[in-house]
Design a protein around this ligand. Structure first.
Ligand SMILES: Cc1ncc(COP(=O)(O)O)c(C=O)c1O
Length: 269
């Protein structure tokens, strides 16, 4: 008689079904998914994926940004670093550039903010992992970036070797009218390499998601780092929960679809 490990890691078809449903409403290149528990955990994972893909640690984020409460997430959250100084300090591996606020910020056009970003990219000389931004700043003050900023910024970041992360924990999945808030940017390069969604996914249930590309997953697979893959720390709880609430999630997806269809009808008369 031999020993058999029957640990299923909480595999369940409902998680796959949920990801399939989400794939239908995502840009095609975002075709790989990680289901986790919280937005903070998803941000943490997105940074880890970007680092594995790029081979670098450094991250560029924006002033006014809030990305969550795990150690890594809070360290890229200028809103918290600023609020809780001197207890929170900006880490050496973080560069903060100005949020493109053309109403109350330092420039009145996208171009000024883009040239600031370009200068930082030149300084980093390819030695960075990611650029992270919310497609619309939520916690930090409801700031809508000027049209085209996101696409142009992502284009520059990719040309410099970095991964582009859009945090839509608060503002994705139909919450602002479009399925995804990066769509408002109108630039073809505004589609991120990693998209994080959270709160609206579970409407109160602790479910979040990281969507990414085939290329980034290939980088992950080359490293054979198992601990990046679900179930991460909190996921066993979430996976059991996901099995229970999958019916609710299916209903929510139908509601989101309806909401987006109604919005489109209203926009087009
Ligand atoms: C933009 C953004 N990112 C990340 C998070 C963190 O999400 P969670 O509270 O689920 O950890 C939040 C939470 O408010 C958020 O607003």
């Amino acid at each position: 008689m031999s020993l058999v490990n029957t640990n299923s890691r909480y595999l369940h078809p409902n998680s796959t079904q949920l990801c399939k449903e989400l794939a239908d409403v995502m840009p095609k290149r975002l075709c790989k998914f990680f289901v986790v528990s919280s937005g903070s955990e998803a941000i943490d994972l997105s940074l880890r994926l970007a680092r594995l893909h790029s081979g670098h640690k450094h991250v560029i984020s924006l002033t006014q940004a809030y990305h969550g409460t795990t150690t890594a997430a809070v360290e890229v959250s200028h809103e918290k670093i600023d609020k809780f100084k001197p207890h929170l300090k900006k880490e050496d591996w973080v560069t903060i550039v100005d949020n493109p606020d053309t109403v109350n910020g330092k420039h009145t056009t996208s171009a000024g903010y883009l040239s600031d970003l370009e200068a930082e990219l030149r300084q980093l000389n390819g030695k960075f992992a990611a650029f992270i931004m919310e497609s619309i700043v939520s916690v930090g003050g409801g700031v809508i970036p000027p049209k085209g900023y996101m696409g142009e910024a992502f284009k520059m970041v990719r040309a410099a070797g970095g991964v582009c992360i859009a945090d839509e924990t608060q503002i994705g999945l139909g919450r602002t009218g479009n399925w995804w808030s990066f769509e408002y940017d109108g630039h073809p390069d505004a589609i991120p390499d990693i998209l994080v969604i959270g709160k609206q996914l579970g409407n109160g249930f602790p479910v979040s998601l990281v969507a990414t590309t085939e290329e980034i997953i290939q980088s992950l697979e080359r490293t054979h780092i198992e601990c990046v893959l679900p179930p991460p720390k909190h996921a066993p709880f979430m996976h059991r929960l996901l099995v229970l609430i999958s019916c609710v999630l299916q209903v929510l997806l139908d509601v989101w679809r309806l909401r987006c269809r109604l919005r489109c009808r209203a926009d087009h008369g």
